[in-house]
Design a protein around this ligand. Structure first.
Ligand SMILES: *Cc1c(COP(=O)(O)O)cnc(C)c1O
Length: 385
């Protein structure tokens, strides 16, 4: 089976992890700060906080920006559930903004229209989470303009997008947002097995996220409410969690960072080839804008009206039978039973629903060979033509 995505682990990655296993620190050693510095430098951002998943990063990012009961968090329905769940963890309410039918990213026009209504109703969001779907940045400049106008904070969910660029600058530089979050799950661009990172240019937000990652504990005497008892002393000054990344994971992350640009080049090359190879098929290909360089986590096509009137489900099943591990990204979050119970209706976000009904993610990962890619294309041709 050719999967839709997979990690690339070579000998240098294995050696990096083994070195940590033979060292004094399996966790809370030197590798986590090194990984944070490596990633922050790459992204041209001041501060980075490594955690055990992007889900944890989203949670502490929301807390650090003060999200709490009575607040609203908005995100796109075309995402993994974690982008919305983080709001509920904080006791806030969650709502969605429909997607742009070209990029499948959160639509700026829909956001603006919804903000106008929310302002009248006195329920503006405290945080908006744009998700850089498939690795292509959202229109961050326009979203930031709206954030200034309506007074909300922005967390970029860049789980798909490390190594991508927007307006010729690395995604994650936080020029247009308060915090950016990355995921290092094995299907993503680089991996630490499980793992995530939150980056920001705001020192106080970074310090708060660092505390929340480790129980709300500080060793900084400036943050304490009384004299230190001695060198061993720490204080818990708020309620935090154990969301720490291990040194084994961070060492793997550092090693993977060395190969990041090469990974994206491979994905870009495969994307160009798909675009050419699939050009004459009755499918809608993903659009890439000139001002963005996508990290290409996914290659999502849409099954458009084809002569044989084949449905997406049939095509999905045929491809799986042919050994092609296609997938669907995403089941709109508001269709999940848990969110339906909160009152969302199927037709609340028609663009996301329509896209979902036709979407199909083809295999896309850095080690997908040209031969395998041709296998994917000919399997699709056999079904559709
Ligand atoms: C994978 C993913 C997450 C969650 O990442 P984890 O590291 O598995 O917690 C969140 N948002 C999006 C858009 C994702 O793709």
């Amino acid at each position: 089976m050719i999967p839709y995505g997979r990690q690339d682990i070579d000998q240098s990655d294995i050696d990096a992890v083994i070195d940590v296993l033979k060292s004094d620190f399996l966790t809370q050693g030197p590798k986590v700060p090194l990984f944070e510095k490596t990633l922050a430098d790459y992204c041209q951002v001041k501060h980075a906080v490594a955690v055990n998943s992007a889900t944890s990063a989203l949670h502490i990012a929301c807390l650090a920006l003060g999200l709490t009961e009575g607040d609203w968090l908005w995100t796109t329905p075309n995402t993994f559930v974690a982008s919305a769940n983080c709001g509920l963890y904080c006791g806030a309410q969650v709502d969605f903004v429909d997607i742009d039918p070209q990029t499948y990213n959160l639509s700026v026009e829909a956001l603006q229209a919804k903000l106008e209504i929310a302002e009248c109703e006195g329920r503006l969001p405290k945080i908006v989470i744009p998700v850089h779907f498939a690795g292509q940045s959202c229109d961050m400049k326009a979203i930031q303009q709206l954030a200034i106008q309506y007074g909300f904070k922005i967390i970029e969910d860049a789980s798909h997008a490390i190594g991508g660029r927007y307006l010729n600058k690395p995604i994650g530089n936080c020029v247009f947002s308060d915090i950016t979050v990355f995921s290092f799950h094995p299907v993503k661009i680089i991996t630490t097995a499980e793992g995530g990172m939150a980056v920001t240019n705001d020192l106080s937000v970074a310090k708060k996220m660092e505390r929340l990652r480790s129980h709300g504990i500080t060793r900084d005497t400036e943050c304490m409410n009384s004299e230190s008892h001695g060198p061993w002393y720490y204080q818990q000054i708020e309620l935090g969690f154990n969301y720490r990344m291990t040194d084994m994971q961070a060492a793997l992350g550092c090693s993977q960072m060395q190969k990041l640009d090469g990974y994206i080049q491979q994905r870009q090359r495969l994307c160009k080839q798909y675009n050419e190879l699939l050009n004459d098929l009755p499918v809608i290909l993903p659009v890439q804008y000139a001002d963005s360089y996508s990290a290409l986590h996914l290659y999502p096509i849409q099954i458009s009206n084809n002569a044989k009137k084949l449905q997406r489900k049939f095509i999905f099943n045929q491809l799986r039978k042919a050994g092609i591990g296609v997938n669907v990204h995403y089941i709109p979050v508001h269709l999940q039973p848990f969110y339906q119970q909160l009152g969302f209706k199927e037709n609340d976000f028609p663009n996301a629903l329509e896209y979902y009904q036709r979407a199909l993610s083809l295999p896309m990962y850095s080690t997908l060979s040209d031969k395998q890619q041709l296998e994917v294309v000919s399997a699709l041709k056999n079904i559709l033509l």
